[in-house]
Structure formats: C-alpha cells, structure tokens
Design a protein around this ligand. Sequence first.
Ligand SMILES: [Zn+2]
Length: 294
Amino acid sequence: MPELPEVEVLKRGLNELIVNQTVKAISSINSPRSLIGSLSDINRFVVGAKITEINRRGKMIIINLSSGYCLVVHLKMTGQLVYRSDDEQKNFGAGHPTNSLVGQLPDRSSRVVIVLEKGTLFFNDQRKFGWIRLIHKNLLEDIKLYRTMGPEPLEGIPKNQFSANLSRRANLKIKPALLDQTVIAGVGNIYADESLWMAQIHPSTRVKNVPAASRGLLLDSIVDSMNTSINFGGSTDRNYVNAKGQGGSYLKFAKVFRREGLLCPRCGSEIIKIKLAGRGTHFCPVCQKEEQSS
Ligand SMILES: [Zn+2]
C-alpha cells in the first residue's frame, strides 16, 4: 500500500505539471472496472474540461475539473500514475516500482489513459485493485472511504481532537489504533512504527494507558516523520518510487522501520520486530517500555 507521503509527493508533482491542461480524451484499456462512471457522464464532464487543481484526501488523489466534477484516484496495492509530457524534462511518475514508470506506455499494466494538451496521464495497475471514479465535487462524501476518513495530519490536527479520536478505540493497542483511517488519515505501517519510536511508546500499549502528553508527542511525531519523508521524495517501501523512476530515500533515514537487529539510534539497544495485529512491527524494547498495568 502507498502511504500518505508518497501520495502527497504525487499530488505536488501533478499540480506542477498538469493543471490548466484540457482533457482531450479518456478511455479504459481492457479493464472497465478501473474507470467508474457512465460513458455519457465521462464524455460530458471530463472530455473538454480543464484540470483546475489536484488535491489529496488520505491516500486518494482528487483531480478537479472545470466542469465541477472530479476524478478520484485510489492506487491501492500496485497502482501508478505516470505523466508523459511532450517535453521529456517534464515526465513524472509515482507508484508501484515497475519498468512502466520509465518504459514505453501504454503497456500491459495500463488501465486508463487520459490524453491532455501537452502530454498523456497513464493509470497503470497490474493487479487491478485500484480505481478512478468520476463524481461531482459536491458528492465526494458519497464515497464511504472519503466520508469516514479521519483528520489530515499535514493540515494541523488539534491535540485534543486527536486524543478524543484515539479514545474511541480505548481498548485497542496503540499501533492498530493509528492504522485505523477513521482516527487519523493516511498513517500506514512505516509512519506508525517511526512515530511510536519517536514518542517512546511501546506499540502494544492499550490506547487508554497512553497519557495525554504522550498522545501529543505522538501526533507531533507523525507529522514530523511524514514531512521528513515528503522532503526525501517518499519512502521506497517496495510498492513506491517517485518521480521519473527514482526511488524516494526516506527509508535510509528511518530509525526503526526494517531495522531489526540494528541498534536503536537513541539508546543503542537492539531493535526488534514482532507481529502485531498482523503487521510487522519494529521498535526498541528499551526506550519504548511495555505498559505495566492495564
Ligand atoms: Zn532505544
């Protein structure tokens, strides 16, 4: 799964490259389920419309159109968005790291092709779990994932709101609570492990046993780790590389994620990996103390 920073990198790149271009044509290739919307609506509200802005909600990309409609893109496991410009200097792509990011397109993984004035945007998706959906911007809340998504970490969440959202999952362990997209948008495995390390919270601690001060520190840590990752172009967590086929470099700077057996940068103890709620979980057993009581 892509994580929020990778999708944010994608949003920023597309905002620089495809805004103000008119859509000349859009079609799906051998995968009608990848493009959701009636053909008549697509012809009426996409073709001929201008792209006005690219937004992000959680891990969804929203391509806003001058018709009042938007194309919502979810990359899921293996999706990519690749922009091939008439000007090769402006080629850009992010997603599952296959040769499709840099090779000839369309190819076998191409599902949707959007022809623009100055280039073509390809939605590639080997496993076909991703989708692009046409919807009026006033009806975005009809998408359940959109409606139930928690607040955006990069937009400044008040600490008391974050704490209250966590408290709805009081008996859950803190790591799976962070991965619940209704608590906070876009936190995946990497940023959960990194932020818990930064805030010195054991990932198995029950939410109700995490004090307010630690929750505040945790929120700051989530924002810090995501911003650091965005500055490095995202992580290379095997489903993700960023612009022009170059991988993001955040994982080189990660403190615990995929560093089991290496030493904790804070206390020098060995980082360990456990399975927690089905997810590989990395932490320092010394400076992230296990809860004493529950
Ligand atoms: Zn440590």
